[in-house]
Design a protein around this ligand. Structure first.
Ligand SMILES: [Zn+2]
Length: 298
């Protein structure tokens, strides 16, 4: 009898320890929760969202020669690393949004899941189709590619046919201009052509509205953002910054770079930055509510 009690107590403690370890973040390959009335934490919607929008470029293995270039090493995430990152998001139950969903949340004030990220890739490299797309399909995850329309279909970049195949599996395409020029350096007329023509070409090729532009290397100024707005875009993405939050200026939205040498612990920090911001805000709201006579100096 006593033995049974000890075993029961031990297994309860063990169960508690398991549950506590499961609530710790950053675990991959979570075991099934024991069959109790404790369920996994859900992913509730919030109007005070904070969504890390990740920014990639190439997804491939570098040749030994390419690997000597610091720039290429920085731009290129290996397919093995990319798959680990996507698997991490899926196993940790992140909701993977499209940037169109982020756009409608910003513009229409719709709530988004607390634990969410979005994936983007700039320049439309062919490996986005040959290497990244099979991984995206395997895990059922969407991504958005910002195309440079003048190079679509050349030997280094994906083709319109590739784009249509990806589009059929929930991937989206937006503009990264026609020629990848530094927009801030262009005269008004040329700037306007880069914005409008790239938008038109993608829309006519893919039969889907283009409403977002990614600036090159984060090069933009007030003149550029105003032209982007006038050319019919709703969103402009810059490089750098934290998660997207409801008050952000839509023509200077932040993205978080994933580099070639981003280690898993850095990746985890990037993707949890949204939840961290939400928790922090909840904490500070809670604290403020407890403060008597705020601003009275007492
Ligand atoms: Zn680019």
């Amino acid at each position: 009898m006593r033995k049974v009690f000890i075993i029961t107590a031990f297994s309860m403690l063990f169960g508690l320890a398991m549950m506590m370890s499961l609530s710790a973040r950053g675990r991959m390959g979570q075991p099934e929760l024991p069959q109790t009335n404790t369920t996994r934490p859900s992913n509730p919607l919030t109007s005070n969202f904070a969504v890390p929008v990740l920014m990639y470029h190439r997804i491939c293995d570098l040749t030994p020669r390419e690997a000597r270039s610091p720039l290429l090493r920085d731009l290129t995430v290996s397919p093995v690393d990319f798959e680990s990152q996507v698997r991490y998001l899926v196993e940790n139950e992140f909701t993977i949004l499209s940037v169109k969903e982020v756009e409608s949340a910003l513009r229409e004030g719709r709530p988004l899941p607390e634990k969410a990220v979005a994936l983007t890739m700039d320049d439309g490299y062919r490996d986005n189709f040959t290497r990244a797309f099979p991984i995206l399909r395997k895990y059922g995850v969407p991504a958005t590619i910002f195309l440079v329309t003048s190079v679509v279909g050349d030997e280094r970049h994906l083709s319109w046919e590739n784009a249509r195949a990806m589009q059929a599996k929930a991937c989206g395409f937006e503009s990264h201009t026609m020629h990848h020029y530094d927009l801030a350096m262009l005269p008004d007329e040329q700037l306007d052509a880069e914005l409008r023509e790239s938008k038109q070409v993608i829309e006519s090729q893919l039969k889907s509205p283009v409403s977002q532009l990614a600036y090159l290397s984060g090069s933009y100024n007030v003149r550029v953002t105003e032209q982007v707005r006038l050319a019919g875009y709703h969103i402009g993405w810059k490089k750098g910054g934290g998660p997207v939050t409801p008050g952000d200026y839509p023509y200077m939205l932040p993205r978080i770079r994933v580099h070639g040498r981003t280690e898993m612990k850095d990746f985890e920090q990037k993707v949890w930055s949204g939840m961290d911001a939400i928790q922090e805000q909840k904490g500070s709201v809670g604290n403020e509510a407890c403060l008597p006579g705020m601003g009275s100096g007492g």
